[in-house]
Write a protein that binds this ligand. Structure first.
Ligand SMILES: *Cc1c(COP(=O)(O)O)cnc(C)c1O
Length: 381
């Protein structure tokens, strides 16, 4: 129930990787047979990943994951274009892998505008338009949010960016393999992918870079990935990502229907039974596998721990460090008060989940919520 954090590898992915570990262990830069075999597997994988996002193979650069792809896109475009301008636009609900490079760039003399979002977590396109300046060189807006599942109007934002000649990046880690995410439909110049969020292995990802985009290399060295990301390629990992992409692409429509059905079943069951519960994020523009519930008078972390004891893995919008509880920046950006943000529970489904599991989880959430409500000192009678 926590697939936004990571997913189990699909059996087909494990099989493809086993073969790759044994048969294509070569260095893809070597000119002998083992090297050529590895090169062949690498380029076939590139075609596969490109196919899922509607890109050309030569526009796909393999990385170590979503975090690296986001850093590559943001730092790479900003540093290469700093003489044209130093203004960047992003949103207040991005993943830290986007927010932290932006903060770093602020220290390097760039200016960053963090767009607000509506109560549903949506960026308003006219607000985006109003903050664009002559010196804006980059817009980075996530395709769907990892906490509340809200899907942004990327195509509309993309056409605005294109009209003004501004590079447009989207972190599509939560959407690739879950909903259609084709680079031309979205109108993006850069798009980040992470393998382990779509039933592939950890430590692998990709950055799509549209042909002609001005960007600095991510890593300097032996000139791998057409000079943009040096380092001997992780062929088995990349093969695993491609196998995951292939599976996701073939089952996309069916998976979406299955996931949305389970999500709605779960939501209905809990919302009618637990008083003062609600859904965070948009009900309509939402990832099919994401349900983020809010509960009054209950601590999300208490819910999480009790559900874990029942064998159910979920996530919450507050992280309790030893000294203080920090509310999620996403939940506060959609206008929740800190105490409301602390009462949140994120359930993110995967294609291997079943209706029976969902019913079990729904009942467990209601049971645990009722117990916690009964002992809550904040609850009004
Ligand atoms: C998980 C995630 C990332 C980071 O990807 P890693 O491969 O774990 O580095 C970036 N952005 C979003 C939206 C994510 O959900």
């Amino acid at each position: 129930m926590d697939h936004a954090s990571t997913t189990p590898m699909a059996p087909e992915v494990i099989e493809a990787m086993k073969t790759a570990f044994v048969e294509t262990f070569g260095n893809a830069s070597s000119l002998h047979q083992p090297g050529l075999a590895a090169r062949g597997a690498l380029e076939e994988a590139r075609e596969g990943v490109a196919g899922l996002i509607g890109a050309k193979a030569e526009e796909v650069y393999f990385t170590s994951g979503g975090t690296e792809s986001d850093n590559f896109a943001i730092k790479g475009v900003a540093l290469r274009n700093r003489d044209r301008g130093r203004h960047i636009i992003t949103t207040s609900i991005e993943h830290p892998a986007v927010l932290e490079p932006c903060r770093y760039l602020e220290q390097q003399g760039f200016e960053v505008t963090y767009l607000p979002v509506t109560k549903e977590g949506l960026v308003e396109v006219d607000v985006l338009e109003s903050v664009i300046r002559k010196d804006t060189i980059l817009i980075s807006m996530m395709h769907a949010n990892n906490e509340i599942g809200t899907i942004q109007p990327i195509a509309e934002a993309g056409s605005i960016a294109r009209d003004r000649g501004i590079a447009f990046h989207t972190d599509a880690v939560q959407t690739v393999g879950k909903i259609p995410a084709k680079v031309d439909d979205l109108g993006v110049d850069l798009l980040s992918v992470s393998s382990h969020k779509l039933h592939g292995p950890k430590g692998v990802g990709a950055l799509y870079i549209r042909e002609g985009t001005n960007i600095e290399p991510m890593m300097l060295g032996g000139g791998h990935e057409r000079g943009m990301r040096s380092g001997t390629e992780n062929v088995p990992g990349i093969v695993g990502l491609a196998a995951a992409a292939d599976l996701a692409g073939r089952n996309l429509e069916g998976d979406m229907t299955h996931l949305a059905g389970m999500r709605d079943r779960l939501a209905e069951f809990v919302l009618v039974r637990v008083k003062d519960s609600w859904v965070n994020g948009s009900r309509t523009r939402r990832l099919p596998n994401n349900l983020n519930l809010g509960f009054s008078y209950i601590e999300g972390e208490a819910l999480l721990l009790r559900l874990d004891a029942e064998g159910i893995a979920v996530s919450t919008g507050s992280a309790c460090s030893s000294k203080k509880t920090v509310a999620s920046h996403v939940l506060t950006a959609i206008g929740l008060r800190p105490e409301e943000a602390h009462g949140s529970l994120r359930i993110t489904l995967g294609r291997e989940n079943t209706d029976e599991e969902v019913d079990f989880v729904a009942r467990a959430i209601v049971d645990v919520a009722e117990k916690l409500l009964a002992m809550s000192p904040f609850r009004r009678s």
